[in-house]
Design a protein around this ligand. Sequence first.
Ligand SMILES: N[C@@H](CCC(=O)N[C@@H](CS)C(=O)NCC(=O)O)C(=O)O
Length: 143
Amino acid sequence: MIDHILFNVCDVERSTAFYAAALAPLGYKVVKAYEGCAGFGAGPRADFWIFRREPLTAGAHIAFYCGTRALVDAFHAAGIAAGGRDNGAPALRPSYHPDYYGAFILDPDGNNLEAVCHEPALTAPSRPERTQPAPARPRAARR
Ligand SMILES: N[C@@H](CCC(=O)N[C@@H](CS)C(=O)NCC(=O)O)C(=O)O
């Protein structure tokens, strides 16, 4: 599943106006905006981004969603083994958000591929799992 896509643009203001208008019929609007970039979404989550790039390059950025951090690690190892160029080892990137665990690979043409997991790290359960059925609760008296 695709998590987000990013296009490089040279003028973020101009492209924000363009995409806001072009994507409005699809329910997309600007849901995040930072210096040099804007994120669009049809809901609260931004899955389409524009990013100012100087000089402008055509390389796309696509991030694939992973349910676990182990999958992000596996993606990065497989991408390197397949001849991709490392563009960022698997690690947390808290500048995006506290549980953002991503890894980046450049494909043979310079496109920037990412695998990302947004879930918190797996932790041991804070209390032992219940192994016995819960004690029966007294039933309400029937009339
Ligand atoms: N080498 C960086 C790559 C980060 C990256 O490519 N981030 C994506 C957004 S999730 C992107 O296209 N950012 C724009 C940029 O870095 O120019 C890292 O390891 O964190």
